[in-house]
Design a protein. Structure first.
Length: 122
């Protein structure tokens, strides 16, 4: 299920083609995407599983240009099945807008590295 509001005036000013982005993104990555939340500070994408293609799309898409990885944050939820959540914080320097990707991780699995896309991921 995907939650978002396209009536956010701040977002419309920052990304005039955001409606097209959400529609296109849902079609491309519907099996990986749990839901989307939007506020004035950032867009939050909650994923079912990690997908490197999503990061490639966000970086290379000319409407978005999320070319800088700012933070990688890990949150530990002790009593959940997917115990860890890794949050990737990206910034579009062209639009001065943040995007956070939330990826759940179990105790026994890991995540691939993003160093080929983002040098700051080391």
């Amino acid at each position: 299920m995907i939650y978002f509001s396209l009536e956010n005036s701040y977002l419309k000013k920052k990304f005039p083609d955001f409606t097209y982005f959400v529609t296109y993104f849902k079609k491309l990555f519907s099996k990986d995407l749990a839901f989307i939340t939007i506020n004035n500070a950032s867009v939050n994408l909650y994923l079912y599983t990690f997908n490197l293609d999503i990061f490639f799309f966000l970086k290379k898409n000319h409407l978005l240009q999320y070319k800088q990885l700012v933070d990688i944050i890990t949150v530990d939820h002790l009593r959940k099945i997917n115990r860890f959540v890794v949050i990737y914080s990206l910034v579009s320097l062209k639009y001065n807008f943040r995007l956070n990707l939330y990826c759940p991780v179990t105790n026994l699995t890991g995540l691939p590295t993003l160093t080929k896309l983002y040098a700051s991921a080391t």
